[in-house]
Design a protein around this ligand. Structure first.
Ligand code: ZN
Length: 136
Protein backbone atom coordinates (compact mmCIF):
# COMPACT_ATOMS: atom_id res chain seq x y z
CA UNK A 1 0.00 0.00 0.00
CA UNK A 2 1.48 3.31 -1.07
CA UNK A 3 0.48 6.89 -0.57
CA UNK A 4 1.28 8.89 -3.70
CA UNK A 5 1.06 12.65 -4.06
CA UNK A 6 0.85 14.24 -7.50
CA UNK A 7 -0.84 17.23 -9.09
CA UNK A 8 -2.01 18.77 -12.33
CA UNK A 9 -2.97 22.23 -13.51
CA UNK A 10 -5.81 23.34 -15.75
CA UNK A 11 -6.48 26.66 -17.42
CA UNK A 12 -10.01 28.03 -17.66
CA UNK A 13 -11.06 30.50 -20.35
CA UNK A 14 -14.27 31.97 -18.89
CA UNK A 15 -15.54 33.30 -15.55
CA UNK A 16 -17.67 30.17 -15.09
CA UNK A 17 -16.73 26.98 -16.87
CA UNK A 18 -17.20 23.26 -16.29
CA UNK A 19 -14.09 21.39 -17.45
CA UNK A 20 -13.81 17.60 -17.66
CA UNK A 21 -10.62 16.46 -15.88
CA UNK A 22 -11.31 12.71 -15.94
CA UNK A 23 -8.45 12.08 -18.38
CA UNK A 24 -6.04 14.23 -16.37
CA UNK A 25 -6.67 12.05 -13.32
CA UNK A 26 -6.55 8.79 -15.27
CA UNK A 27 -3.24 9.87 -16.86
CA UNK A 28 -1.78 10.32 -13.39
CA UNK A 29 -3.10 6.93 -12.26
CA UNK A 30 -1.46 5.26 -15.29
CA UNK A 31 1.97 6.54 -14.20
CA UNK A 32 1.85 4.44 -11.04
CA UNK A 33 0.34 1.21 -12.44
CA UNK A 34 -1.92 0.62 -9.48
CA UNK A 35 -4.52 -2.11 -9.41
CA UNK A 36 -6.87 -0.86 -6.74
CA UNK A 37 -7.33 1.83 -4.15
CA UNK A 38 -8.83 5.28 -3.91
CA UNK A 39 -7.85 8.65 -5.36
CA UNK A 40 -8.72 12.07 -4.03
CA UNK A 41 -8.79 15.10 -6.36
CA UNK A 42 -8.63 18.37 -4.48
CA UNK A 43 -8.94 21.93 -5.80
CA UNK A 44 -6.55 24.21 -3.90
CA UNK A 45 -8.87 27.18 -4.34
CA UNK A 46 -11.84 28.82 -2.63
CA UNK A 47 -13.54 29.83 -5.89
CA UNK A 48 -13.23 26.55 -7.83
CA UNK A 49 -14.88 23.20 -7.27
CA UNK A 50 -14.56 19.51 -8.03
CA UNK A 51 -17.75 17.57 -8.80
CA UNK A 52 -18.82 14.35 -10.50
CA UNK A 53 -21.64 14.30 -13.02
CA UNK A 54 -22.53 13.62 -16.64
CA UNK A 55 -20.59 15.30 -19.44
CA UNK A 56 -23.54 16.45 -21.51
CA UNK A 57 -23.28 19.98 -22.88
CA UNK A 58 -26.88 21.04 -22.19
CA UNK A 59 -26.72 19.66 -18.65
CA UNK A 60 -23.49 21.58 -17.99
CA UNK A 61 -25.19 24.77 -19.20
CA UNK A 62 -28.23 23.96 -17.02
CA UNK A 63 -25.92 23.63 -14.01
CA UNK A 64 -24.27 26.97 -14.78
CA UNK A 65 -27.67 28.64 -15.17
CA UNK A 66 -28.89 27.11 -11.91
CA UNK A 67 -25.86 28.37 -9.99
CA UNK A 68 -26.40 31.84 -11.47
CA UNK A 69 -30.10 31.81 -10.55
CA UNK A 70 -29.64 30.49 -7.01
CA UNK A 71 -26.55 32.60 -6.30
CA UNK A 72 -26.70 35.78 -8.41
CA UNK A 73 -23.82 38.22 -8.90
CA UNK A 74 -23.83 41.56 -7.09
CA UNK A 75 -26.37 40.62 -4.42
CA UNK A 76 -25.19 43.02 -1.70
CA UNK A 77 -22.67 40.48 -0.45
CA UNK A 78 -20.35 41.65 2.33
CA UNK A 79 -17.35 39.95 0.70
CA UNK A 80 -17.85 42.05 -2.45
CA UNK A 81 -16.49 45.00 -0.46
CA UNK A 82 -13.16 43.10 -0.28
CA UNK A 83 -12.62 41.64 -3.77
CA UNK A 84 -15.97 41.56 -5.58
CA UNK A 85 -16.28 37.80 -6.02
CA UNK A 86 -18.63 36.69 -3.24
CA UNK A 87 -20.87 34.87 -5.74
CA UNK A 88 -17.86 32.74 -6.79
CA UNK A 89 -17.06 31.80 -3.19
CA UNK A 90 -20.69 31.02 -2.32
CA UNK A 91 -21.06 28.84 -5.42
CA UNK A 92 -17.90 27.00 -4.35
CA UNK A 93 -19.41 26.32 -0.93
CA UNK A 94 -21.99 24.23 -2.79
CA UNK A 95 -19.76 22.45 -5.31
CA UNK A 96 -17.25 21.36 -2.68
CA UNK A 97 -13.51 21.26 -3.30
CA UNK A 98 -12.75 17.55 -3.70
CA UNK A 99 -13.99 14.12 -4.69
CA UNK A 100 -12.69 10.70 -3.66
CA UNK A 101 -13.09 7.99 -6.29
CA UNK A 102 -12.38 4.25 -6.24
CA UNK A 103 -9.66 2.84 -8.52
CA UNK A 104 -10.24 -0.40 -10.39
CA UNK A 105 -7.58 -2.00 -12.62
CA UNK A 106 -5.58 1.21 -12.70
CA UNK A 107 -8.37 3.59 -13.74
CA UNK A 108 -11.11 5.60 -12.12
CA UNK A 109 -14.00 3.29 -11.33
CA UNK A 110 -16.68 5.71 -12.50
CA UNK A 111 -20.17 4.87 -13.65
CA UNK A 112 -20.93 4.92 -17.38
CA UNK A 113 -22.28 8.47 -17.30
CA UNK A 114 -19.92 9.92 -14.74
CA UNK A 115 -17.06 12.32 -15.34
CA UNK A 116 -14.90 14.31 -12.93
CA UNK A 117 -15.24 18.05 -13.43
CA UNK A 118 -13.30 21.08 -12.35
CA UNK A 119 -15.86 23.86 -11.92
CA UNK A 120 -14.29 27.26 -12.55
CA UNK A 121 -16.21 29.91 -10.62
CA UNK A 122 -13.92 32.94 -10.91
CA UNK A 123 -11.92 32.53 -14.09
CA UNK A 124 -10.28 32.75 -16.41
CA UNK A 125 -7.11 31.60 -14.68
CA UNK A 126 -4.83 28.63 -14.11
CA UNK A 127 -5.81 26.32 -11.28
CA UNK A 128 -3.85 23.60 -9.49
CA UNK A 129 -5.22 20.33 -8.21
CA UNK A 130 -3.73 17.94 -5.70
CA UNK A 131 -4.11 14.23 -6.50
CA UNK A 132 -3.58 11.91 -3.55
CA UNK A 133 -3.68 8.18 -4.14
CA UNK A 134 -3.87 5.37 -1.63
CA UNK A 135 -3.49 2.13 -3.52
CA UNK A 136 -1.49 -0.91 -4.49
ZN1 ZN B 1 -12.81 36.66 -2.62
Amino acid sequence: MDIIKDEFTKKSSKRMEIIDVTNDVNDILKKYQLNEGIVNVFARHSTAGIVINENESRLKKDFENTLQTLIPENNNYGHDLIDNNADSHIRAFFTGSSETIPINKGSLDLGTWQSVFFVELDGPRTRSFAVTIIGK
